[in-house]
Ligand binder design. Sequence first.
Ligand code: HEM
Length: 45
Amino acid sequence: MWTRAALDQYLTAPQQMVPGTRMMIAIPDAQQRADAIAYLATTGQ
Ligand code: HEM
């Protein structure tokens, strides 16, 4: 489930949370992660 906490963990270090993921890009800045997650919350669920 893409909870906010799971998204935050994934976007901090995708390959640590999901070994083997093809997503190479992290969002190291906590505020930028929070902004991205807040945006996603406006798009649906
Ligand atoms: C809310 C932000 C994001 C989320 C939740 C997210 C999530 C994911 C997920 C779940 C995958 C699939 C990984 C896999 O199948 O192994 C993926 C792949 C990928 N993501 Fe992201 N991503 C985000 C933002 C970004 C951004 C901003 C970039 C680049 C600027 C990016 C670049 C990529 C790339 C290059 C892949 C691999 C695509 C491929 O070759 O199949 N992602 N992402």
